[in-house]
Design a protein around this ligand. Structure first.
Ligand code: PRX
Length: 634
């Protein structure tokens, strides 16, 4: 039986054992049998966990778009590769067959080449969820340019920081974007960002909303006329296995975002293999992941994983509740979706609404439903399982990260029995370990620990763009010899993993990974603010919401509290984006600190949720502040 497609629990255990005992042989077989290579590898893997150096499929040559597109043309040229479902339900959906995808990507690749983009150049993509986003990503991969997609909800400042960090040469954007009832002025945001980003020489603009925008002579070009002139065929650049494919930014514990670098061959093998099994994708199925391509979920499981398997993947432009709370279900019914992958926050927001919103629709096409991005609570799990999956579709709770490239822990549908709130078992090739505070491995079950991975896997990030030391320090130092995820997990009596949440300064709000440091930096820019600390607190829909403790320079200003709150949230919106706004702000006269000056967030977290057992606070330099903050809790 092929190990590429796992069919039973017994088969899974067998494949898993092989993957751990002989990882090189295991990955070599997967890579050998399921992809097109210009040249095969000399060595499957070379690694050094201390220096965080990883080489997968050494010296192999390939182009990932040959695998995503060209090799499907002979048999699937007329099959839909992408179904585009617009924000407005009255706008017709668009289908792009594999042949059309080939032509669209080729035209875009030719335009990029004509604009002077070369192998290794960085291209920033700041687009709404429209087909051109997928075409741009694939066009970069086609010519060997490194794409850096920035989520179109990020502010001008956040965009500028990301462009500058990876010194992008060209940017692809749109006049505007639709999101539910709102229109987002993307080009205006780009114009603002580019005041601070001198490396961008050219801006290609997609016409989407037809709103009026400024076009800067010599820099800005409408994309469509260029595409109209471009040939619909293209040469795929020959890439080395370890050539960077993309950079994707994620929050960290300092203000600066981390540009995670993913390379070509390992990422390809890993996303394809996980997609195939975790969604049990079969020929002819229609697959829909509701994430935005601006996040890793969209990279790996809207574009690369599905297309590598010759799947039909849906790109949806809008939100879960536009124009009504039925929209997701309407789209499932309309396109006869077979696999549906979304985030707990969307589930929680829809579960609050009347059940009629879902009952009206036929969801019988669904075979597998999935969850990603944050822990799924028991109530949401059951609602999703009962009302969407109709108790007949396995619910895959998939745990992974921007850094991991693909899913690491997840049930395999019809193979692994599911258990509410448990991501369950590791995917073949993944060796999770739980570590205690003393850096010892926790071997017994029914324990909680820091979730680490013992052995490299092909899809893992290779470095942080421009800062390898930070890569080592963040992921390979806390537990030497292992990759540290930053998450805590519980392993139950049979070895199933349940992710308990972040153990560092990252807070997941509505499935978005937000570091506390960049938000605090934004707040501290306010002229009246001396310092601040952010913690998360449980929120019914978002999973976590943000609670800010803010110390002002002059207490007199406290009087204008409402206005100040607004201004602080505006600053956060400007610096990062509206997703990072605070739900609660409390003005305090000081923050609890250790003698070394470190803010004791543990105490603030407890105050935010209304707990009053703070444990030992005698190590603080200002223990009296705790009572004061507690009294003033909002
Ligand atoms: O805390 C974990 C949470 O999301 C973090 C990774 O965020 P990001 O890099 O933005 O990638 C999100 C999409 C893969 C993780 O460290 N997380 C992700 N999936 C789950 C999860 N927490 C619990 N259960 C999950 N299934």
């Amino acid at each position: 039986m092929s190990s590429y497609s796992i069919k039973s629990l017994e088969h899974y255990f067998k494949v898993y054992r092989q993957s751990v005992r002989k990882p090189k042989k295991f990955w070599s077989k997967i890579a050998e049998n399921n992809f097109t290579w210009y040249r095969k590898w000399d060595k499957v893997v070379e690694y050094d966990m201390e220096r965080a150096e990883f080489t997968w499929f050494k010296n192999a040559k390939l182009n990932i778009t040959k695998n995503c597109i060209d090799r499907h043309l002979a048999n699937k040229g007329d099959q839909s590769a992408i179904i585009f479902e617009p924000n407005d339900p009255n706008e017709p959906a668009q289908h792009f067959t594999y042949s059309q995808l080939y032509a669209e990507v080729s035209k875009m690749a030719n335009v990029l080449r004509a604009q002077g983009v070369e192998k290794g150049d960085r291209v920033c993509i700041y687009l709404p969820m429209i087909p051109e986003l997928a075409f741009s990503v694939l066009a970069c991969a086609r010519i060997g340019a490194i794409h850096s997609v920035v989520f179109a909800g990020f502010s001008a400042n956040a965009l500028a920081t990301r462009i500058n960090d990876s010194t992008c040469k060209l940017l692809i954007t749109a006049d505007g974007g639709y999101r539910g009832s709102k229109t987002i002025d993307l080009k205006r945001i780009v114009d603002e960002a580019l005041h601070k980003s001198p490396t961008v020489e050219k801006v290609l603009v997609v016409k989407r909303t037809h709103q009026e925008i400024e076009m800067r002579e010599g820099r800005d070009l409408w994309l469509q006329p260029l595409l109209d002139e471009a040939p619909p065929t293209s040469r795929a650049e020959m890439m080395d296995a370890e050539d960077p494919l993309f950079i994707l930014y994620t929050s960290g514990s300092t203000g600066k975002p981390k540009g995670m670098v993913h390379t070509t061959a390992g990422y390809m093998v890993y996303t394809a293999y996980t997609f195939k099994n975790i969604f049990q994708y079969n020929e002819g199925d229609v697959y829909w992941c509701t994430a935005d391509i601006g996040w890793v979920t969209g990279h790996s499981y809207i574009i690369y994983g599905p297309l590598l398997n010759g799947a039909t993947t849906v790109i949806y432009e809008g939100t879960p509740s536009y124009p009504t709370h039925s929209r997701f279900w309407e789209v499932v019914q309309k396109h006869r979706v077979n696999q549906f992958y979304t985030a707990p926050t969307a589930i929680r927001s829809l579960a609050r609404e009347k059940i009629e919103y879902i009952q009206e629709f036929r969801l019988d096409s669904l075979k597998v439903i999935g969850s990603v991005g944050e822990p799924i609570n028991e109530e949401a799990w059951h609602w999703y399982n009962d009302h969407v999956g109709n108790k007949r579709c396995p619910l895959v709770d998939t745990w992974w990260q921007t850094e991991t490239g693909g899913i690491l822990i997840s049930p395999i549908p019809f193979v692994t029995p599911t258990k509410p709130t448990y991501a369950s078992l590791p995917f073949p090739g993944i060796q999770p370990v739980l570590m205690d505070e003393l850096r010892n491995e926790i071997e017994r079950n029914q324990q909680i620990g820091h979730l680490c991975i013992r052995y490299p896997w092909p899809g893992m990030a290779r470095t942080i763009w421009g800062d390898h030391q930070r890569f080592i320090d963040t992921y390979f130092t806390a537990f030497p010899g292992k990759y540290f995820s930053g998450d805590g997990a519980l392993r139950d009596e049979v070895g199933y993993y349940r992710i308990t949440g972040r153990v560092d300064d990252v807070i997941i709000v509505s499935g978005h990974n937000l570091g506390t440091a960049p938000i605090e930096d934004a707040i501290n820019e306010h002229q009246t603010v001396a310092e601040s600390a952010i913690v998360g607190f449980p929120h019914e829909i978002k999973g976590n919401a943000l609670y800010g403790f803010v110390v002002l320079k002059e207490t007199g200003l406290w009087r204008d509290r409402q206005n100040l709150m607004k201004e602080i949230n505006q600053l956060i919106s400007d610096q990062i984006g509206p997703i990072a706004k605070l739900d609660k702000i409390q003005f305090v006269s000081g923050l609890p600190k250790t003698r070394s000056g470190k803010i004791m967030r543990r105490i603030l977290r407890k105050i935010a949720v209304g707990e009053s057992d703070f444990g030992d606070i005698t190590t603080l330099i200002n223990p009296e502040i705790v009572e004061e903050i507690k009294k003033g809790r909002t």
